[in-house]
Structure formats: C-alpha cells, structure tokens
Design a binder for this molecule. Structure first.
Ligand code: 5AD
Ligand code: FES
Length: 338
C-alpha cells in the first residue's frame, strides 16, 4: 500500500525515476483505485475542435511555432466551428474543446461571438477553451460569454527549463499568472506538461508535481514529448511510455479528483498508450471533431494518430478500446467532482 497523502520529495523522486516493474504495477494499481473512488470506471469523452493552427509563439518543441514555414496554415470561421460542434452533438458529445495556436486573428470580439453562438445553440454543453495566454479581460469576457473550462499546460514548472524550451518573449511567470487568474475567475482549469522533453530532469518533474499541488487544477494533461521534424528539437528523443504513465499515476495520487486525459501523444508513441494511460489513472479521452482535411495540418508532433479517421470512426474505435479494458465510456459533461 502506497502512502499517498504526504509524499516527500524523496519518495516522489523515487517513483519519478523508478524502473522496477513490480513497483510500477503497484503504483498504477493504487492510482486506478483512487480514480475509481471518485469517478468509478467512467471515461469521459471530449470533442476536440482544432480551429486554427496559426500561432504567434515560437516554442521550440511545437510544430505550430511561427517559424515553421513547412506547414500549411488554416483557420475555421464561426460557422465552420459551429458545424464541428453540431457534428459532435449529433455523436453525443456534451463537451466541446476549442483548441488553437495563439492566433491574434481571433479578437476578443470574435471569440466572444463564437462562444456565445455555441452557448445559445447548446445551452447544456460544457465549452472548454484552449487558446493560450490572453489578457485577464479576455478570459473574463469569454467566461461571461459562456465558456466553462480552460486548458493551458504550464509545460514545465522549472524556470531554467522553461527558458530552454521557449523564446525569450515567453515567461513561466506569465504562464502561472494566467493559470491562477483562470482558476480564480471560475473556470475549471487544466494545467499539464510533457514528459521527456529536452533538458528535463527528474527535479523538473518533481517541480511539476509540486506546482500542480499548489494550483489544484481540475484537469491535468500529460503526454510524452514527440519530436516534430520541422522544429529545433527535431532530433531529440521522444519521451518514454513508462515515464509518462508514472507521471499520470503520481498526478492521480496527488490530485485524486482530477480529470486526466489519456492523451493522443501517449497513443502515438505506443499502440496501446491511451489504454495504458487509463490503467495508470487517467479518465478522459479527447476524440477529434476537426474537419478531416485539416487534421494532418494540426501537426504539433510527427506521426500523430487519428488524423485520417472520421470522428464517428474514432469514437467507435475508442469505445471498443475502453470497454475492452474494463472501463465505461461516458458521454456526459463529466464535470469535476469536488
Ligand atoms: N510533443 C508532444 N506534445 C507537444 N505539444 C506541443 N508540441 C509537442 C510535441 N512536440 C503539446 C504541448 C501543448 C499541447 C497542445 O501539445 O504541451 O500544450
Ligand atoms: Fe481515432 Fe482509434 S481513436 S481511430
């Protein structure tokens, strides 16, 4: 039995670096139990709409970075975004996640009108935004327009590490300020980080966990770093499956009621990555509702899965995978449980 209430730094570092198969199995079993106590065997579905792959930032790991001239860029307009939501609704989704690069083309007025339109047409659905760092005023307006949740991974909680992965124009301080502001405004807030990113050390991961404890986000996205061939980090190795699973499990133990996705990146580095993520304490999946012809352009990293499938096909496939591991697909809103 793992004592999960008061992990010391030493204990956390032990599990962060642990490569003993039995100990890992115990850790995952414990995480599964904790998740089951709060969310039973349910796995929540979120419909992901990747509505713009333009980005003003230049994160060194990301394929959408503005210096990448090798990708074709696209934007969806309000009607196209609404159409994705309509398809999602007809497939049974009760949560829409609008994700994009940091794209100033979408002004506060435009985003407000998009969120309002979704809110009017789907009064009972959850609207999640994942559009990067914006002003507090902007966050406030979008919340008033009807957004309920916001995903903004902190990427790394270590100052020196953050600097090595981002251009000088970006700062960890602002990232954190955005997260605290979102939470305070009433958004269910998601933070998160990559595992195995270039220059990451076990100490960085420890700081990630401590930051999560401090912020107490409702959601935490964790996926392996995967090199993207048109970025400065193209030749760095990808993050490992087991490290990612250990971080998912530790996050579940430290934040027992959190909503943790089995990420697409995890499914990309291993054919059973997402299922193993669920077995290590994750309880959310995010099938893609973006128009099929745009999917491959949303190239955060190489070899991203599910870029060729129709949304309906993705859901069918995910349902099968989830039930075959003994979990229960849940299309409800899946709000955070206190
Ligand atoms: N590998 C894995 N994940 C990545 N992301 C961006 N680039 C990569 C990459 N090369 C993640 C970031 C971001 C999220 C949308 O995708 O953590 O927050
Ligand atoms: Fe998309 Fe399997 S989840 S095809």
């Amino acid at each position: 039995m793992i004592n999960m209430t008061n992990f010391s730094d030493r204990e956390l570092l032990h599990y962060i670096t642990c490569d003993d198969a039995d100990e890992m199995a115990d850790l995952f079993a414990e995480a599964r139990q904790v998740r089951q106590r709060h969310y039973e065997k349910d796995v929540y579905f979120r419909g992901l709409v990747e509505f713009t792959n333009y980005c003003q930032n230049d994160c060194l790991y990301c394929g959408l970075r503005r210096s990448n001239t090798a990708i074709g860029r696209y934007r969806l307009n309000r009607e196209e975004i609404l159409d994705c939501c309509r398809v999602g609704d007809s497939l049974g989704f009760k949560t829409f996640v609008l994700q994009g690069g940091e794209d100033p083309f979408y002004t506060d007025d435009m985003l407000e009108s998009i969120v309002r339109a979704i809110r009017v047409e789907f009064p009972d659905h959850a609207i999640t935004l994942s559009i990067g760092e914006r002003t507090q005023e902007s966050y406030r307006r979008l919340f008033s327009a009807g957004a309920n949740r916001y995903l903004l991974r902190h990427e790394t909680a270590n100052e020196a590490h953050y600097k090595k992965m981002h251009p000088p124009s970006m700062s960890l301080a602002n990232r954190k300020a955005c997260l605290f502001a979102l939470k305070k405004m009433g958004y269910q807030t998601g933070a998160g980080f990559m595992t195995g990113s270039p220059f990451q050390t076990p100490q960085c991961l420890l700081e990630d966990l401590r930051f999560l404890q401090e912020l107490q986000p409702e959601m935490v996205g964790i996926g392996p770093f995967i090199p993207q061939s048109d970025t400065p980090f193209a030749s760095y190795p990808q993050g490992s499956l087991n490290l990612t699973l250990r971080m998912v499990a530790l996050t579940r133990l430290l934040l027992p009621n959190s909503l943790i996705p089995a990420t697409t990146a995890l499914g990309t580095i291993d054919p059973q990555g997402r299922e193993l993520g669920l077995m290590a304490g994750a309880n959310v999946v995010m099938p893609n509702l973006s128009p099929q012809e745009k999917r491959k352009l949303y190239a955060l990293y190489d070899n991203k899965i599910c870029t060729g499938d129709e949304a309906a096909e993705c859901i069918r496939c995910m349902r099968l995978r989830i039930t075959s591991f003994g979990f229960v697909p849940n299309m409800g809103r899946g709000d955070y449980r206190k």
